[in-house]
Each structure stands twice: as structure tokens, then as C-alpha cells.
Design a protein around this ligand. Sequence first.
Ligand code: ADP
Ligand code: ASP
Ligand code: MG
Length: 416
Amino acid sequence: MALIVHKYGGTSMGSTERIKNVARRVAKWHDAGHQIIVVPSAMSGETNRLIGLAKEVMGQPDPRELDMIAATGEQVSVGLLSMALLAIGKKAISYAGWQVPIKTDSAFNKARIQSIDDVKVRRDLDAGKIVIIAGFQGVDVDGNIATLGRGGSDTSAVAVAVAMQASECLIFTDVDGVYTTDPRVVPEARRLKTVTFEEMLELASLGSKVLQIRSVEFAGNYRMPTRVLSSLTDPMIPLEIEANSGTLISFEEDTHMEQAVISGIAFSRDEAKITVLGVPDKPGIAYQILGPIADANIEVDMIIQNQSVEGKTDFTFTVLRNDHAKAMDVLNKSVKAHIGAASIVGDTKVSKVSVVGVGMRSHVGIASQMFRTLSEEGINIQMISTSEIKISVLIDEKYMELAVRALHKTFNLENA
Ligand code: ADP
Ligand code: ASP
Ligand code: MG
């Protein structure tokens, strides 16, 4: 008997029929003698709908109130799933985040989990109940509901698995594992049987939405065995087959995704670029530009500073597109005059494409192959950034899918 956490995403919870299927699948695992905790997301589209309602009432929704609204999607899901289990004769109980409690900081809309109390949950499991805990939400020190950012139920699930010392966390979703790239963009993408934790961290941070990055951090920091697998198979598929399906995140340093040099391609459509032109080239300039951006809680990704000409330089960086207007505002209001910049220009039509693979450590020429492929497609590279196991380029958003397909082909990912 093992303690296992299951997570079901929005599509998996997308209708009452699908929720009944989730209940059958969960019951199958419980009937096999395991203790099961389930962490579901809101029904698909629901979180968007709730955020849309908030925006109708307040253009830039108040973050605390937005969380009050957004968290209700998961509350509906846990109640429905618990009832679906009760209806087939299983013992089950649902909890909102604050009831567990899952304690977070007070960074509304992007809160971080600080601790999870295991007392109630363990008591219920010991009484033979399947415990269903709302994903995406927790409670801060003052009792406010706080959500963990879009896709946050993945993080709730892995964090619950860690806190409860589960033997495994199974992330059930609408694809049957982690692919070489998003199969919606490249139909030839191939499922990986394993992916190293490091690669998954890069893929998630570079835009692969299959797992929220913080869930991968939790899995890695606590070495929680985590598997991504399909919720859309027949719920009664034999447990031994299901238990080995999908993609396992591995922690072994020297086995990488099936020995390919490049393991996956990630992309992020929603980038924006900001250039501060004609800045005096002197010590402290980067700090004077990026300090106020950081103070406004805006994350900066790629950065370049050009060679200076006659003591002036241009400074370019990228932010998420959602933060572009706010970043421009900060620069125009409190930075431009202060540092004596000539002008500030923004571009919201850029995307980032990245190739990832631990094999890059031992192979040379990956960057030149990437740049040659993009040039053959006539795609201009605006910015580049690299780490030991990834190369990212910023390009015009209209070429993003073309770039992903061409790179997938040149690195032979469909057959690797
Ligand atoms: P859930 O609602 O279950 O959390 P998500 O929509 O958040 O599901 O994540 C699953 C989706 O992630 C897939 O439908 C797929 O389009 C997308 N995706 C992006 N990159 C990848 C990848 N490398 N492998 C698999 N799926 C990916
Ligand atoms: N329901 C939340 C969202 O749509 C959390 C999640 O699905 O993981 O972002
Ligand atoms: Mg998700």
C-alpha cells in the first residue's frame, strides 16, 4: 500500500461526465489498496471566465479580490469530485486550501506555498477516505485566500505529495506525457518516456505549459517521483499499465531524454521587448533602469546592452507581455528623465523559442545549427540568451511556429 497524489487538470475535470470518469479512475487506485489524495483544477475555461467577470467590473482587478473570485473554480471541482466518489460508494471528503490549511505568503495571484498541515488529511486517509484538496489556492497569515498563478494546481499537487511524504505524484492531463515540443504546434512531436528534472525545469520556465515551473522545483528539491500521464484513457485501464505510462521526471544526472543532444523545444508567445535608447554609458545604468522594474514586481528575462558610441548606448530587455504596459509606465515616469535617456520604445509582437538538452554540455555546434536553420527560414534573431543546457532566441511572433517546426526537424526530434 502506498500513498499517492493524483492531479487532474481542467480538461480532465471539464464536464460532469469527465468528473465521473476521474472518480472511477481514482476508485480503481483506492480499490488496489492505495491511499489517495486528489488535487483537481477548476473545470476547463472556468478560471478564464472568473477572471473575465472580474475584469468587467474593474479593468485592473484588485489582486486580493481577484483571488477571492478565481479560487471558487477549484472549490466547485472538489465538491463535484467528492460527490462523484460518494455516488459510487467510496468514502471521500473535499477541502478548500484554507481548510487543510495550505499556508502561503500574501503575494496575491502568484503566492508561494509556505507549509501544509497534514493532520486532518492523515486522519481522513487512515479512516479510509479519499481526500480531495483544491488546487491553485491557499491561505495567508491573515486568512486571505491567495492563488498560486496560472497552472498552479500542478504546484499544489506536488507540494501536497511532498508534505504528506507520498511515494508518487501523478499529474493526469489531456496529453499522454511530456513531448519534444507542444504537440498542438508540431503534430510529429514525440512523447518522452523520461525527462531529467533539469530539462523539465528549463522547458517549464521557457514556456512549456504542461507543468507549472514551481511544481518542477518542488519535485526536484524534494526528489518527489512525478509522472505526467493521460486522463483521457479508459478509466478502467489496468493499473499496472497506467502506473508505467506517460513521462517520468528522472533525477539521474547522466541519463537524459533518450540520449538525444536536444531533448525538447519550448516557446513563449507572450513576450515583449523594451529598448531604452541613448543612455549615457556609465556605471550604475543597468541598476537605474532595472531597479525600478524589479521594485514594481516585474520579472525581466533577456537583457542586452549595446556597444557604446560617443558615450551613449542602448539598453534592451524583455518582460512578459502582460507586464509591458506597466514596465513602460515605470520607465517613462521615473527612469527616463532621471538617467537622461533619449527615448523608450516597446515591441509587444515578439516571441521566444528555446532548445533544451543536457546533451549540449558535451556537444558543440548546437547554437550554430540553430542559427543556420533560422536563417534558412529567413527568420531574424533579435536577442539570444544561453545557459549550459539551453539556447533561447527572441524573434518576431509571426515566425514562432515556423521556427519551432524547423528546429524540431533540424534536431531530428521526431525520430530520435
Ligand atoms: P491541465 O489543464 O491538465 O493542467 P495544461 O493545458 O495546463 O493541462 O497542460 C497540458 C497542455 O500542455 C497540452 O495540452 C499541450 O498542448 C501543452 N504542452 C506544451 N508543451 C508541451 C510538451 N512539451 N509536451 C506536452 N504538452 C505540452
Ligand atoms: N485553474 C487554474 C488555472 O486555470 C489552476 C490550474 O488549472 O492549474 O490556471
Ligand atoms: Mg496546467
